[in-house]
Design a protein around this ligand. Structure first.
Ligand SMILES: C[S@@+](CC[C@H](N)C(=O)[O-])C[C@H]1O[C@@H](n2cnc3c(N)ncnc32)[C@H](O)[C@@H]1O
Length: 289
């Protein structure tokens, strides 16, 4: 695959990134209450074929396969070879025959017939869809969804809001670099500008009946998610560092000093932090609509 066709902000073949995504997926699914919390973790009627776009190491796909053993097929597609290999190995050892993983680029036409899927999930596409790619990708997902089928998008505007000054600085560099690199829709780089856009993007791509459901993950000291998120930041910031330097947001010295401080401040007993996520659900209109 040609390099310019991979627009992921981070290195998709990096084992640390894969480990980060594995932990993050477990944390989020537990914290928000399951794979489809907005639907009471029930599948809509006549749901047999599901797709997860940018599935990473496959946590959501495998959890869905486990939760709904009668499903015909739940497909995960991701550009990363190591993530797809890992996901396939897990499907094999867990004997999840309906979980299928495909290495592919969702910026290209999807290799599925019209109307093939009943429900398509995608989480955190902000990290690889450049601004102009959103509507075409959502249209292509619409093509492979059956009339009356659904899409479920989960996005964020930052990676947390916290009481640590040093951590806030790291999170601010992250928002700025996302904006500078052409991701998200923030006018000023203060956040990702993603969640306010979901309704419009879905509407522009021809989806109907859009519903929004917020979630929050508590990452304060003493919570279940605190250590997982600490590890996530530890890995994510180091991977983002070359991008901060390239875009002149900080210097090597300032970054290293702030990085150590952020990790230490997050360990303090009075550290408080929340991470807000938004899920948008929408339906593909029936032909007569
Ligand atoms: C932020 S991760 C999210 C993974 C997963 N959806 C989750 O929430 O845990 C983004 C994923 O998209 C994948 N990705 C990046 N560009 C892609 C592309 N053009 N086509 C398919 N997958 C892509 C990356 O390899 C990575 O696994």
């Amino acid at each position: 695959m040609e390099q310019q066709e991979n627009t992921y902000a981070l290195d998709a073949e990096n084992a640390s990134e894969m480990a980060r995504l594995i932990m993050q997926d477990r944390m989020i699914t537990q914290a928000i209450g399951g794979v489809l919390p907005e639907l009471g973790n029930q599948l809509p009627p006549d749901t047999h074929h599901l797709l997860d776009v940018g599935c990473g190491p496959g946590g959501w796909v495998l959890d869905v396969a486990f939760a709904f053993p009668d499903l015909e097929e739940v497909v995960g597609i991701d550009i990363s070879e190591i993530m797809i290999n890992y996901a396939r190995a897990r499907a094999l050892t867990e004997e999840q025959d309906c979980a299928i993983f495909i290495q592919g680029n969702v910026l290209r036409p999807l290799d599925f017939p019209d109307g093939y899927f009943d429900l398509v999930n995608a989480r955190f596409m902000v990290g690889f869809l450049l601004r102009d790619a959103w509507v075409p990708v959502l249209r292509e997902i619409r093509r492979v969804t059956r009339p009356g089928g659904r899409i479920r998008l989960t996005e964020v505007d930052n990676m947390g809001v916290t009481t640590s000054p040093a951590l806030q600085q790291q999170l601010s560099w992250m928002c700025q670099v996302i904006q500078k690199m052409g991701y998200g829709f923030s006018p000023d780089g203060r956040d990702f500008g993603m969640t306010p856009m979901l309704r419009k993007l879905l509407t522009d791509a021809g989806w109907h009946n859009i519903q929004l459901a917020p979630h929050v993950v508590d990452i304060s000291t003493g919570t279940d998610c605190h250590f997982t998120q600490w590890q996530d930041y530890m890995v994510a910031f180091q991977m983002l560092k070359p991008l901060y330097l390239k875009h002149h947001l900080t210097t090597e010295e300032e970054f290293e000093h702030n990085y150590q401080l952020a990790l230490a401040q997050m360990q303090q007993l009075d550290f408080q932090g929340l991470w807000y996520l938004l899920t948008a659900f929408a339906t593909k209109p029936d032909e007569q609509e």
